[in-house]
Design a protein around this ligand. Structure first.
Ligand SMILES: [Zn+2]
Ligand SMILES: [Zn+2]
Length: 204
């Protein structure tokens, strides 16, 4: 079987900040999920991402790759972290309400976690301080492996995600004067306040 090398754009590495294998794995997970759903990268809010990564663990860089591939970013409000401590995603097509789950195969993940790269990370060597001779072959490997070696891909299933309604309404906080959007402001004694100012007032 011919394995075509999947390009990981340079900007994705620049956005991520260093070269590591987990970000490219995430990038490929995003591509795999989009292919299964038959969708393109989200330019607006066409897709929604649930990422099962936790707050701090090996290979958590995965999420940056998923965001780069799918366009599901925190800034656009279409990404959510579930904190399960797993390298898996659920990608939802908001138009058709179809979803797919893509997870790293335990066999492949185990090999990655036993790599020299992760051993060095365990010894607190930062990714940018790990020699390119060691990192680049791992990235090449991720680019070349068949997606079925990397991932388990679910059947397409139904999933309804309701995005919160966006607001253009804003107020000046009556305490700090900073602008706060309507849906995140509070009214205390008839006055608009932002959340931090409301908390300060309560602890007074
Ligand atoms: Zn990384
Ligand atoms: Zn305030």
């Amino acid at each position: 079987m011919e394995n075509k090398k999947v390009e990981i754009p340079v900007w994705a590495f620049e956005f991520h900040g260093h070269k590591c294998p987990a970000m490219p794995i995430g990038y490929r997970a995003g591509l795999t999920a989009m292919k299964q759903l038959g969708v393109e990268k989200a330019s607006n809010k066409e897709l929604y991402l649930f990422c099962e990564n936790g707050p701090a663990h090996a290979a958590a860089c995965f999420l940056d790759g998923v965001m780069a591939a799918t366009g599901c970013t925190y800034g656009k409000g279409i990404a959510e972290k579930l904190n399960y401590g797993k390298n898996a995603i659920v990608l939802v097509d908001l138009k058709t309400k179809k979803a797919v789950r893509v997870s790293m195969r335990p066999e492949f993940f185990e090999k990655a976690l036993n790599s020299e790269f992760v051993k060095l990370r365990k010894q607190k060597v930062e990714p940018k301080d790990i020699k390119p001779e060691l990192v680049m072959p791992l990235i090449e490997n991720v680019q070349q492996l068949d997606e079925n070696v990397l991932f388990t891909v679910s059947e397409v299933f139904e999933k309804d995600v309701q995005l919160p309604k966006g607001t253009f309404e804003w107020h000046n906080c009556s305490v700090c004067n900073e602008i706060v959007f309507d849906n995140q402001s509070k009214i205390i004694d008839g006055k608009r306040v932002c959340i931090p100012c409301s908390e300060k007032q309560l602890t007074k």
